[in-house]
Design a protein around this ligand. Structure first.
Ligand code: GLU
Length: 485
């Protein structure tokens, strides 16, 4: 049997890291097993579902390079099992709801919301799990008006399934009660539509978050009543914050879009997310998507919650940033530099706020000396601001230990002379000449020199900065520093 899996998000909010993890694990499983991966949009909740969220899902998984074989696309949809949006599948659900009603495996229930609430409260007072009493189950109800369609759950025994991650999972049928599967207009509810879609789309494996585990026995009961196959189930552990509570905004950014905006690379996100609840074994942390597919096994997923560790993401992202070619990285950094006002793009050229022009090569040089420290692309604006904007700083910052103003002035002057002596403007000659000039007391020469160029306590080193700025700019900044004294 061909393996077919689906990712079935509800477009009710920004696309979450947790959803990206479910999408990724489905994709990995499909690729590993030469199966199909389907994107189905579960938009039955008309008030909460929004097209903008659907687009966010599609664009985010595309950005992450999680490709799907069938499903809703930005423009329309692809595949032969559609429609892939639940809001367009009403007629299909209706047919199955009618079948269950005709076979008396479901019944209309006319109980009012108030009645049900009263019943619920009483059950809770008695310490029982709330479930429907079955009041409308026996009567042939002649009442008119709105009703809901309840599924007739068996009262005895239990429903057991073999979860591919968690092993044997059992639920007492009696605890489930007769649950609602549709409304009087034959619109269907979550547990029902999922069963119908998984069946009609020939889904072989349902891989989803642990929060759906209690829905699984309900879905299996519906499958039995309809006489259709039960797919394999695998429930992924929750993603937790460092305090071991469910990951939320309190812990870290949770939408994929936010990570994109901060300058995390898709390959780093994939590498990181794949390790949330799964591990190929061993110490190695860096894996490409192809290697993850190769190694992936559902059985290796963990049962316990997966802790989201932003430091780990930063370190993986830093690795992928360092792997980039300088020109490519420069192009990736440009949007962050323009967004924050350091550069302006005009007719394919870049200018700073003083009207000075920068080539992509200049930006690539800058990026090359900052990339060792970058954890994400947006950090380029903090690490490289002084290359694009004039520096301003307090005179005191130029002081190394207890140098006097005269000594600092003298040191900067020697710096200027050294800069004029450098014949070839490459890193090697710059370093050689400056080191020679520094003599034995390197700090008192290089510290004021570097601060004059960067205006910062911590920055890239004086040779690298000089190399990027060029002789004229270096001289200009050294002279400006001297004027402060
Ligand atoms: N639509 C559900 C959700 O977004 C997923 C349902 C399922 O995977 O069965 O959580």
């Amino acid at each position: 049997m061909k393996k077919r899996v689906r990712f079935a998000p509800s477009p009710t909010g920004p696309f979450h890291i947790g959803s990206a993890r479910v999408a990724l694990f489905n994709y990995l499983f499909a690729k590993k097993n030469k199966g199909d991966f389907i994107l189905r949009i579960e938009d039955t909740d008309k008030t909460r579902s929004k097209r903008e969220y659907e687009l966010d899902i599609i664009r985010s998984i595309k950005w992450l390079n999680i490709n799907y074989d069938e499903g809703v696309t930005e423009e329309s949809e692809k595949g032969s099992y559609g429609p892939y949006r639940q809001s367009e599948r009403g007629e299909i659900y209706k047919k199955y709801l009618q079948k269950l009603l005709q076979e008396d495996k479901a019944y209309p229930c006319f109980c009012s919301a108030e009645e049900l609430e009263k019943e619920r409260k009483k059950q809770l007072e008695r310490g029982e799990a709330p479930r429907y009493s079955g009041k409308c189950a026996q009567k042939k109800n002649e009442k008119k008006g709105d009703f809901v369609i309840r599924f007739r759950s068996p009262k005895e025994e239990s429903t057991t399934f073999n979860d591919l991650i968690r092993g044997k999972v059992s639920f007492d049928n009696n605890e489930i009660g007769d649950f609602v599967i549709g409304k009087s207009d034959f619109s269907a509810l979550y547990n029902f539509v999922v069963v119908i879609d998984d069946h009609e789309m020939e889904i072989s494996h349902v891989i989803r978050g642990e929060d759906h585990i209690s829905n699984t026995p309900r879905q299996i009961l519906i499958q039995k009543a309809l006489g259709i196959n039960t797919p394999y189930y695998a429930h992924l552990p929750l993603i937790l914050g460092p305090d071991k509570s469910k990951l939320s905004k309190r812990h870290a950014a949770v939408s994929v879009q936010e990570y994109k905006e901060m300058g995390y690379l898709p390959e780093a996100m994939i590498n990181f997310i794949s390790f949330l609840g799964w591990n190929p074994g061993g110490e190695r942390e860096i894996y490409s998507l192809e290697e993850i597919i190769e190694e992936f096994k559902l059985e290796k997923c963990k049962k316990s919650g997966a802790v989201f560790n932003i430091d780990k993401l930063d370190s993986i992202n830093g690795y992928y940033i360092r792997q980039k070619d300088d020109n490519e990285l420069a192009e990736m950094c440009v949007p962050f530099l323009t967004e924050s006002g350091f550069l302006e793009q005009k007719e394919g050229k870049y200018f700073n706020s003083q009207g000075k022009q920068f080539s992509l090569e200049d930006i690539a040089k800058t990026v090359s000396i900052c990339k060792e420290r970058m954890k994400n692309l947006s950090e380029i604006t903090k690490l490289a601001d002084y290359f694009f904007a004039p520096v301003d700083y307090d005179k005191e910052m130029l002081r190394w230990k207890n140098m006097s103003d005269e000594e600092i002035y003298d040191s900067l002057k020697r710096g200027e002379e050294a800069v004029l002596e450098i014949d070839k403007w490459d890193m090697e000659s710059i370093e050689k000449t400056l080191i020679e000039r520094a003599g034995s007391d390197k700090g008192s020469f290089l510290w004021p020199f570097r601060v004059a160029l960067s205006g910062k306590k911590a920055s890239a080193g004086p040779f690298e900065i000089s190399w990027v700025l060029g002789r004229d700019e270096v001289l200009k900044r050294l002279r400006k520093a001297k004027k402060k004294l």
